[in-house]
Design a binder for this molecule. Structure first.
Ligand code: GLC
Length: 650
């Protein structure tokens, strides 16, 4: 958009920039800057308009973008063009993600390269490698406490070994997802060290306070993220003689985005990794970016403005790169991370669907889909050109992040229902064979989350211990049922490492100084490659899970209706155990798929009248595209097996 004020500011910036950019081909940079500058200027004004050095800061930002653009390789620039042309490319059903901790999965980056064929065998083509940047050996929160944003953790490799991995992934047409931990740094980061030594310039990178007056006011409204291991949101630093804001662990210092220098540094870091070849950047803990006294310090409007700025900047210098929002927040809040008041994404193109994840776990515990059916409706529609990451397990805990109102609508009492879910997954409930452990228990308000591997949470560990073949089968079916839903719901399914071979809880973390205090390590296993080999042994549990998932992935990729264009209709059937929806294709009415999932441990009947009236189940039998079987219906009912799932071509 053309607007006089911003245009004149841009002119001044470009005049200043010119001598530094001599003889560089900036044609496309200028085109994109022209298209984005009005938005960048406005956002910058809103965030930093009070500052006398506003225009100098803007100049510094634009220079950062120009330098990043110049540094971007010709092949990545070509990719930018291709993706601009095919701008919906990531909504396609062909993408299947997989998340790993590099060290635990493969030892190091070279080892990871050797295991790419395993991922490819499964059908995975998008790999999220959790943080691999330099971090302290112990106090590192699984790499989420970064001490140098441009160096690789020496334990896992070097920039060179990463380059080799990236080249190998590109050859395999696999997308790379890397983290940028935008909300905080390690207390060992150079900025924090300078701050500790008393440098006011770097103290302004963080939220530091001489005494408890302001921290105490913040504490009145800020929740605690790690109440057991890191209570409170501030840490006293004796060297500095000041309090510093530490929302997560005491060694993770929250960055102060009220200082534009922090934003510019972070944009530069994002572009550094974009230029290294990351296709997608996962922005960690984005809900926390802006702190305001008297608020939760989550989901603040300014946090969204910062993300919009980051997106606009990325569009200027590396437009082919996408953002994932890691915002594990209430359903009404999460869709805002795609952007508000817009048609297309204007913050992050992808977001974790934590609500769906938590609802799936609720359905596992209750063996019905009552809350799932209600809760899913509380997720507002998302924008075009945005998509979900649908997942069952990830490296973090399971929070029961559904709405109290939905719990009530489903016929439960919120407090006792949450207590039930917690008891169920921690194995305290008499009907439960789950082996989870509580995480983040807050004795002040009774909150708690759950840690545990997928297989252990669905009873596999228990079933194997007692050697009960039926119980093993039940857990196996549950694993597949859950995957059948993340593959078909709409979005990119994200498989968690170890789950495709049914890996159990790994208690070895208890013997590791760096890990033992954090129960999430129970589900961050050291990958058992001997067990992975058993995927080739017909009849083994590993073979059963792996081959079923491999088949599911291959079939997902062929179903056009699974591309994510907001093309889903939820169907309320007359059986509370069932979760049913259809996926359709805008241009091909016949390409519709009816997804039916039964959370009960007994077969269930569903009345077909409503479905037939809506044009489903017109043929008898009807084909389940997953198993290839023909499913017979009666004149008014269809039967779905215990913990069964169908993708019906109807
Ligand atoms: C994100 C990460 C989590 C980490 C936290 C703090 O939520 O997923 O593992 O502990 O950020 O960095």
């Amino acid at each position: 958009m053309y607007e006089q004020i911003s245009h004149s500011v841009l002119n001044d910036i470009l005049v200043r920039l010119e001598p530094e950019m001599k003889s560089k081909d900036l044609k496309h940079f200028y085109i994109r800057l022209g298209a984005n500058f009005y938005a960048i200027y406005n956002l910058f004004q809103q965030l930093y308009g009070q500052r006398p050095d506003l225009n100098d800061q803007l100049y510094a930002l634009v220079k950062t973008l120009a330098l990043a653009y110049v540094a971007r390789s010709a092949s990545l620039k070509n990719l930018d063009f291709e993706r601009e042309k095919e701008h919906d490319w990531f909504l396609h059903q062909r993408w299947v993600g997989y998340a790993v901790y590099c060290k635990e999965f493969a030892g190091n980056l070279t080892g990871l390269q050797q295991h790419l064929s395993y991922l490819q065998e499964l059908g995975v083509n998008m790999l999220h490698i959790m943080p691999i940047l330099a971090c302290p050996p112990h106090a590192n929160d699984g790499g989420y406490a970064v001490s140098d944003f441009r160096k690789i953790d020496t334990d896992v490799g070097t920039l060179k070994t990463l380059d080799a991995l990236i080249a190998n992934m590109k050859a395999r047409e696999m997308l790379l997802v890397l983290d940028v931990v935008v909300n905080h740094t390690s207390d060992q980061h150079a900025w924090a060290i300078a701050a500790k030594q008393g440098d006011p310039y770097y103290q302004d990178y963080y939220h530091v306070f001489d005494d408890r007056r302001i921290p105490d006011i913040y504490e009145e409204t800020m929740p605690e993220i790690f109440p057991e291991t890191a209570p409170g949101n501030f840490t006293w630093n004796a060297t500095m003689g000041k309090w510093v804001m530490t929302v997560f662990n005491s060694y993770q210092w929250d960055l102060n985005y009220k200082n534009p220098a922090v934003l510019i540094e972070m944009v530069d870091i994002i572009l550094f990794w974009a230029n290294k070849g990351a296709d997608i950047i996962r922005l960690d803990a984005v809900a926390f970016l802006w702190k305001k006294m008297g608020s939760l310090c989550q989901n603040e409007r300014e946090a969204h403005l910062i993300l919009q700025l980051m997106k606009d900047c990325c569009q200027v210098a590396a437009p082919g790169v996408l953002f994932i929002a890691e915002a594990i927040v209430a359903p009404v809040e999460v869709t805002k991370y795609f952007g508000e008041d817009a048609i297309n994404a204007k913050e992050c193109e992808i977001a974790y669907n934590a609500t769906f994840m938590a609802l799936l776990w609720d359905a596992v515990a209750t063996k019905n889909a009552k809350l799932l059916n209600h809760g899913i409706k509380s997720i507002p529609d998302k924008l075009e050109r945005t998509t979900w990451l649908n997942y069952i397990r990830c490296h973090d805990d399971i929070g029961l992040g559904f709405d109290d109102l939905d719990i009530i609508r489903a016929g439960y009492n919120p407090k006792s229902h949450r207590a039930f879910i917690l008891d169920y997954f921690t194995g305290k409930h008499p009907d439960s064979t789950a082996r989870g452990i509580p995480f983040g228990q807050n004795h002040k308000n009774g909150d708690a989350r759950i840690a545990g591997s997928l297989a252990s949470l669905v009873g596999m560990e228990h079933a194997l211990e007692i050697g009960d073949a039926d119980a093993i089968q039940t857990s196996f079916q549950t694993i597949l049922l859950l995957h059948s839903l993340i593959m078909s719901f709409g979005g990119i399914p994200l498989i968690y490492y170890g789950d495709a071979i049914g890996m159990l809880n790994d208690p070895s973390y208890l013997g590791n100084e760096a890990k033992k205090e954090d129960a999430r390590w129970i589900h961050r296993p050291i990958m058992n490659w001997n067990d992975a080999e058993k995927r080739k042994v017909v009849g083994s549990i590993q073979h059963q899970i792996f081959s079923a998932l491999k088949n599911m992935i291959a079939i997902r990729k062929e179903i056009e209706a699974f591309a994510d264009h907001n093309n889903r209709e939820l169907l309320e059937v007359d059986n509370p155990h069932m979760f049913v929806f259809s996926r359709f294709c805008a241009h091909d009415a016949k390409a519709r798929i009816l997804v039916m999932a039964n959370f009960a441990q007994q077969p269930q009947l569903v009345d077909t009248d409503m479905l037939r009236n809506k044009g489903f189940l017109q043929h008898n039998p009807v084909r389940d595209v997953l198993s290839g079987e023909m499913i017979l219906t009666t004149s008014n009912a269809i039967e779905i097996p215990a913990l069964g799932y169908y993708w019906l071509n109807t």
